[in-house]
Design a protein. Sequence first.
Length: 425
Amino acid sequence: MSIMVPSTTPALITPGRQALDSALHQLDQAAAHLGLDDGLRTMLATPRRSLTVSVPVRREDGRLDVVQGFRVQHNVSRGPAKGGLRFHPGTDIHEVTALAMWMTWKCALVGIPYGGAKGGVAVDPAGLTTRELERLTRRYVSEILPLIGPEKDIPAPDVGTDEQTMAWVMDTYSVSAGYSVPGVVTGKPTTLGGSLGRTGATSRGVQIAALAALGRSPEGVTVAVQGFGKVGALAAQYLSDAGCKVVAVSDVTGAVYSAGGLDVARLRAYAAETGGVRGFHHADALSHDDLFELDVDVLVPAALEGVITEANAPRIRARLIVEGANGPTTPEADTILAANGTTVVPDILANAGGVIVSYLEWVQNMQAYAWSSGEIELKLRDLMLGAFSEVTSLAAERGLTLRQAAHVLGVGRVAEAHQMRGLYP
Ligand code: NAD
């Protein structure tokens, strides 16, 4: 038996710990602005429930591996916990806590009745066969089973998971319940009660936020996108469809650049076939770091946390950053970008399209009903633009960055929910 649990050196500052420090810093700023007392601030800084599990996985060659899994419910004052499930070798309890906290503010900001949660398994899905992945997912779900449910906590896809993963989550939960429970998870295939429009929802939201922030015709606006997965590839596609010129994209395999604009549809087909963007014939190769420093109008980070730091922020030339990823910008980088006049549409606003359509999927499941893709798109647009306008108005009124304004709104609504409910007992 081999143990794949990552070593835990107490003094080690992991990327996950850095993400949590960023999230706590953003909370502190909002709490100070709102004048929240220390007790309530501490309550909001602390997850309500935090579970670490060991997940044994039988490999194809008969070996038994054990990986660590997590589920964190950061806050449930406004409704059931909601948040993605990440499969990534670097994930840890700190990262999952940070991501759960951002989900809490995001749901409150866009006005949907959820608290924030997140799940993670410290594993590289690319290193497992489909059957191993299925066994891993089912065992992880059975380990966290007491926490999840359509009225308690509803997972969804995130980095390294997809519709198939969600179908396994739904099936495992349903088998245990003894009947089908589609509302336990969102981002499912449509044949299992998934919503039309969920696959592209986060990217559609990124496009809506980017075009609203641009405030001018997208024709010829140049864009670079870091991350070419579920969010980044379709964000590049939708921005290109709107008239923008996507000149560079990257994924783990490499980065590609074309001054004349990439053919995004062709690049998506190439990446699907070869496993990445590297080697795309109709573009030049670029280094991962150079992508951030291109002279473009819009930069869309859509990979992982902590990629825009005090080291590269001074060299970023994009005037607008639209955060498809959660937590891509550190607080130190935020200060530099603000001083340089770069507008940052923050994650909890820019990538909220995913949880908005997840919410619509859950409402449809609870009513055993399905809306048309046109209806979904309209509702998504309304909620995104409503939140965008509230954030930009508050930022202008109080001299805040868009991130600060978004946090003041999100944190303020959760704090209000606590105050109205009172403290039990
Ligand atoms: P994904 O696994 O589908 O894609 C991740 C992409 O990032 C892949 O293309 C991967 O190759 C790339 N990547 C990883 N490390 C990289 C690096 N160092 N440089 C360049 N590219 C790199 O994940 P996703 O669902 O697209 O999620 C991406 C981000 O968006 C995450 O921060 C996630 O939390 C956030 N997000 C996702 C959703 C959703 O609905 N999937 C919703 C809201 C926010």
